[in-house]
Design a protein around this ligand. Structure first.
Ligand code: DER
Length: 230
């Protein structure tokens, strides 16, 4: 099947875990959007859920499908977040942020009892890092932050291009008004150590390593749907 069909298949399988009355974290990206469309049909059929969106884009799509959306302030404790990923390793560590929503995605995932990751099989990796790691930074003193990130990564034996993400002519600006650096470190043998090292850099707001957040993964391939559980 083509990748879009695989995304739909993963989305449908995740929908089976959504129960009436649930407080949902709703992800960002093309796979999450397949889930949102499928959820919209269920809501049209009478399913009662309330969602917190992980991006303005997701909020707009939910609104267009009459999926009730509130802010995380209104509903700080969520039952279940459903979101995509750029990479998924066997321990359900993720790289996320390809869609630029990693900060709100991580806050929402952390506020949820459980997190189901939905993906097509191309996202499965043995070790994270082939996908450039998104790092969300404050715009102030960007060069200093960039140099500090390089140094922190070098301390862990990691190096490679670190590029400011663009949108058209200028830098990409996230929903929270920050910039994103995409770091091509290659294989990341110790993602916990890298996470800690990046969080220690002033100016780093968040990064795309999602560790200990995903509880369940639904991965669609031509052979069918695989479920991974942590
Ligand atoms: O930006 C994100 O975190 C998205 O969820 C991304 O990781 C997956 O996007 P995709 O479903 O369009 O591949």
């Amino acid at each position: 099947a083509n990748v879009a069909a695989l995304k739909d298949r993963a989305a449908q399988a995740a929908l089976a875990h959504v129960e009436d009355g649930m407080r949902l974290g709703i992800g960002t990206g093309s796979t999450a959007e397949a889930f949102i469309r499928a959820l919209g049909e269920k809501v049209a059929g009478g399913l009662r859920v309330t969602g917190v969106a992980t991006s303005e884009r997701t909020a707009a799509l939910c609104a267009s499908l009459s999926i009730p959306i509130v802010t995380l302030e209104d509903m700080p404790a969520l039952d279940l977040t459903i979101d995509g990923a750029d990479e998924i390793d066997p321990a359900l560590r993720l790289i996320k942020g390809g869609g630029g929503a990693l900060l709100r995605e991580k806050i929402v995932a952390a506020a949820s009892e459980r997190m189901i990751v939905i993906a097509d099989a191309t996202k499965q990796v043995e070790t994270l890092g082939a996908f450039p790691l998104p790092i969300e930074i404050n715009g102030f003193g960007m060069m200093s932050t960039y140099l500090a990130i390089r140094k922190a990564a070098a301390g862990l034996g990691l190096s490679g291009d670190i590029v400011l993400r663009k949108a058209g002519e200028g830098p990409a600006i996230t929903d929270s008004g920050h910039l994103i650096l995409d770091a091509s470190f290659g294989r990341i043998p110790d993602s916990e150590a890298l996470s800690a090292a990046l969080h220690a850099v002033p100016g780093v707001v968040e990064h795309g390593l999602f560790l200990g957040l995903a509880t369940f993964a639904v991965i669609a391939s031509d052979e069918g749907v695989t479920v991974l559980q942590r």
